[in-house]
Design a protein around this ligand. Structure first.
Ligand SMILES: [Zn+2]
Ligand SMILES: [Zn+2]
Length: 259
């Protein structure tokens, strides 16, 4: 069969279109409705449940308090029984919403078109919570080297970089390093996760940790075992306050599948 130049042009166009669809899908990634721009339609964007007061002052877990309670003093049962090593943790929204789809497209499908969507969410969150990390150094929870090789990019770093930019804070990408490969934690309980992650981190740059307040950034907070272990090693090297920020928060009773 003779290939005419027009066919070649069409093929290139189709190929280009495929690449464009991959980076900027024409359908909402959550509900599949047609969209003109970005990756989420307006109603799916509205479905992202931002976590707002009332929540536990320490770990940030949303609290079921329906009456006028002094929010600042509320500490959940978990934090009262077995406090975390970090001082405070906050998450942008409930993981079990459109946020899960968004994070998955970003993390497993490397759909970079999701990044501007995340940037908008982060800007909104830090506009509402400007005081959470003032004076902190931003640092991502490191991925293990093998995972980095497998995925080719580090989602915690990308989120941390954006948080630092929005909040005008210094970003230190290499404060911690992962020294132990860990098993996938999806089906583990809090205790199993803590055991699995123990000894996984070391401080890379002790001189940048001692006396500094550090904001640890990750994509999802499930039981807090990973960020807790990271906070522990930072505190051992003399870190001041350690705060944690994640995009998503798994809340027991709201998201059983992720536990
Ligand atoms: Zn949608
Ligand atoms: Zn708590």
């Amino acid at each position: 069969m003779r290939i005419r130049p027009r066919d070649i042009g069409g093929g290139i166009l189709r190929g280009f279109r495929k690449i464009l669809d991959f980076v900027f899908p024409q359908n909402c990634i959550a509900c599949d409705d047609k969209i003109q721009e970005h990756v989420l339609c307006a109603s799916c964007r509205d479905d992202i449940g931002f976590i707002r007061q009332p929540y536990c002052f320490q770990c940030g877990v949303p609290a079921d308090i329906s009456y006028a309670f002094p929010h600042e003093e509320f500490v959940c049962g978990v934090c009262r029984q077995q406090p975390y090593q970090f001082d405070q943790a906050r998450s942008l929204g409930f993981y079990d919403t459109v946020l899960r789809t968004t994070i998955h497209h970003f993390k497993y499908r490397r759909q970079m078109g999701v990044l501007p969507e995340m940037d908008r969410l982060l800007e909104k969150y830090f506009e509402e919570n400007p005081d959470f990390c003032q004076g902190f150094t931003v640092s991502p929870v490191p991925l293990h080297f093998n995972k980095m090789k497998e995925r080719g990019f580090d989602q915690a770093f990308l989120i941390a970089r954006q948080v630092a930019k929005i909040s005008k804070l210094p970003l230190e990408g290499g404060l911690l390093r992962r020294v132990k490969a860990t098993s996938p934690q999806a089906t583990m309980t809090r205790v199993e996760r803590a055991r699995n992650i123990k000894g996984a981190f070391e401080v890379n740059r002790p001189e940048l940790v001692a006396g500094k307040n550090i904001l640890l950034v990750d994509d999802v907070f499930t039981t807090g075992a990973t960020v807790n272990e990271a906070a522990k090693v930072l505190k051992k090297k003399g870190a001041g306050k350690v705060h944690v920020f994640t995009l998503g928060r798994v809340v027991v009773g709201k998201d059983h599948s992720a536990l």
